[in-house]
Design a protein around this ligand. Structure first.
Ligand code: PEP
Ligand code: MN
Length: 337
């Protein structure tokens, strides 16, 4: 349920309404727009509280949130959320490039790539230390050692760090090194992991499951947000379809759908969605035009010998040219990198 408050209502009145909501055991989500202040009443069957607010002197109108996702929905907050990753902002007028190797492979590998990522316009460095590999015989990541290299790369370049956390037991360790948790596609519906991440206040990059609907992605975000962590960035990374020519199918229309449905920032992964380096730049450009707030892309100084996802990893000259073009396209759409 959403309460739209009367124009010019005082701060103490807002606090009173908030207290009243909480006294019923519900949560209050206050959103101050240019004209109106609204308060989302969050909890099961919140609409049953309607009668207690109908004649409240601070309340102008009451509406029901029709979507199953409440905190993530545009209904509760019409203006875009801007998520602050230790000083780097995702959302609003910013187009953020997150770049780095699929996996942290070694100290020299990561530092070399990080320097190039920074030089050509990335603001955040990606790199998996804990890797969810399809085959148990594939490289599984360096684990804790990889996290140390990520932190060193941050100190040298100033890039912020995003890295995947695969299970609850890794949260504490990853929290010490990363500026942003990544929840991978395979874990999008690991509800216990989402709940635990919801207890943190650290930003989260939530990737869409390869067989998940947009609504399911938003419900996964809702799990994190309902735990108190509102700092969620969504990522479209390709879904399974009958098409075999690319690794997954980039659901570019999901960006438009998400932009309509949620105030959370949305980024696109042109690497995992295509699985083929030849298609990465064009999908990145499409992401900008679709209204995305950034991309996460796999780059390498020696892509052919990358220990994971080599086929979709672009080299540095390609990244440099692509980042330049992204900057130009972003301008047309009123954003800047
Ligand atoms: C990744 O970004 O490293 C990754 C494994 O992606 P996804 O979870 O989207 O497959
Ligand atoms: Mn990868």
């Amino acid at each position: 349920m959403i309460l739209t408050l009367k124009r010019g209502v005082s701060k103490s009145e807002i606090r009173r309404v908030e207290k009243k909501i909480k006294s019923f055991g519900f949560r209050a989500h206050i959103s101050r727009g240019a004209k109106d202040t609204t308060i989302g009443v969050i909890g099961e069957n919140a609409i049953l509280l309607r009668e207690f607010f109908e004649s409240d002197p601070a309340v102008r109108s009451i509406a029901q949130i029709s979507k199953p996702y409440k905190l993530a929905s545009r209904q509760i907050q019409s203006k875009d959320s801007v998520i602050n990753i230790d000083g780097v902002k995702i959302g609003g007028k910013n187009f953020v490039i997150i770049a780095g190797p699929c996996s942290v492979e070694s100290r020299p590998q990561l530092l070399a790539i990080a320097r190039k990522a920074k030089k050509h316009g990335a603001k955040i460095l990606r790199g998996g230390a804990f890797k969810p590999r399809t085959s148990p015989y594939s490289f599984q990541g360096l684990g804790a050692e990889g996290l140390k290299y990520l932190l060193e790369a941050k100190k040298i370049t100033g890039l912020k760090i995003v890295t995947e956390v695969m299970e609850i037991s890794q949260i504490e360790l990853v929290d010490k090194y990363a500026d942003m948790f990544q929840i991978g596609a395979r874990n999008m519906q690991n509800f216990n992991l989402l709940k635990e991440i919801g207890k943190s206040r650290k930003p989260v990059l939530l990737k869409r499951g390869m067989s998940a609907t947009v609504t399911e992605l938003l419900m996964a975000a809702e799990y994190i947000m309902s735990g108190g962590n509102k700092n969620v960035v969504l990522c479209e990374r390709g879904i399974r379809t009958f098409s075999q020519e690319t690794r997954f199918t980039l659901d570019i229309s999901a960006v438009s759908v998400l932009k309509k449905e949620t105030h959370l920032p949305v980024i696109v992964d042109p690497s995992h969605s295509t699985g083929n380096r030849d298609y990465v730049p064009s999908m990145a450009y499409a992401a900008v035009a679709a209204g995305a707030d950034g991309i996460i892309v796999e780059i390498h100084t020696d892509p052919l010998n990358a220990l994971s996802d080599a086929a979709q990893t672009i080299d540095i000259p390609t990244f440099s040219a692509m980042a330049k073009k992204i900057g130009e396209i972003a301008k047309i759409f009123g954003k800047k990198i």
